[in-house]
Design a protein around this ligand. Structure first.
Ligand code: PEP
Ligand code: MN
Length: 264
């Protein structure tokens, strides 16, 4: 179902007037790694909305390496994220980690995110496939392109055709980046499937200084959007402090991409 052999024309999602894929201009998905407080979300959404960003991200359920790391605000985070996004005329995307939470997350979020660590969670894929919300599907940490596309197939096969593929870097032997951004996967996914494909530069790089060149490269190979983490004060963030952009950093980031973002 994801293949261009089945459907040759690009799938263009229209989520409350925000178009993603095909001839739509590339979109930006931005916001903090974790939803931490009302003040943090309010400041971030106000800033990003003023810059024209239409999709606000923020994790309420966080897949942390350590069980002792900040695990997210849960339902309170969902309520906060969706309210703040709505107040600023933005869509809200957040990760769902557990089949038991799909219903509540779908109640609050405009887009359900399946994280890299859950790309192989077939029960979760089926469950989001049964929901009425579009799904942002991250590529697994060491998933092949084929496995990633089959994960999308799980969602489509349950009747949900609104899937956005997201390349976020894969695990390699390289240590100077957190993950290795696989631009071939973006080009192949665009060629082989009709689905929108976006690139998460934040989790790919794991370091701030590479976000601009990686985003430029992603757009050059045909990505339909860029996912980037933005926090009012990255140094004090409860997760991913090495790679989130502060507001000045985001300004520089979006200025550097402005020519490419306007291009259809
Ligand atoms: C995230 O986007 O919040 C996240 C945890 O990313 P990933 O699943 O790609 O690691
Ligand atoms: Mn993060």
């Amino acid at each position: 179902l994801v293949s261009r052999k089945v459907k040759s024309e690009d799938t263009v999602l229209d989520i409350d007037g925000v178009r993603i894929g095909g001839d739509a201009p590339p979109i930006i998905v931005a916001g903090p790694c974790s939803i931490e407080s009302e003040d943090q979300m309010e400041q971030t959404a106000a800033f990003l909305a003023a810059k024209g960003v239409k999709i606000l991200r923020g994790g309420a359920y966080k897949p942390r390496t350590s069980p002792y790391g900040f695990q997210g605000m849960g339902v309170d985070g969902l309520i906060l994220g969706s309210r703040v996004a709505k107040e600023h005329g933005m869509l809200f995307v957040t990760e769902v980690m557990d089949t038991r939470d799909v219903e509540i997350v779908a109640e609050h979020a405009d887009i359900l995110q399946v994280g890299a660590r859950n790309m192989h969670n077939f029960a979760l894929l089926r469950e989001v496939g049964r929901s009425r919300r579009p799904v942002l599907l991250k590529r697994g940490l060491s998933a092949t392109i084929e496995e990633w596309l089959y994960a999308a197939e799980y969602i489509l096969s349950e009747g949900n055709s609104e899937v956005i593929l997201c390349e976020r870097g894969i695990r390699t032997y390289e240590k100077w980046t957190r993950n290795t951004l696989d631009l071939s996967a973006v080009a192949i996914a665009k060629q082989e499937t009709h689905l929108p494909v976006i690139v998460d530069v934040t989790h790919a790089a794991g370091r701030r200084d590479l976000l601009i060149p990686l985003a430029k490269a992603a757009l050059a190979v045909g990505a339909d959007g860029i996912h980037v983490e933005v926090h009012p004060s990255p140094a004090t963030a409860l997760s991913d402090n090495e790679q989130q952009l502060d507001f000045a950093g985001y300004d520089k980031f979006s200025d550097s991409l402005s020519g490419l973002l306007r291009q259809p």
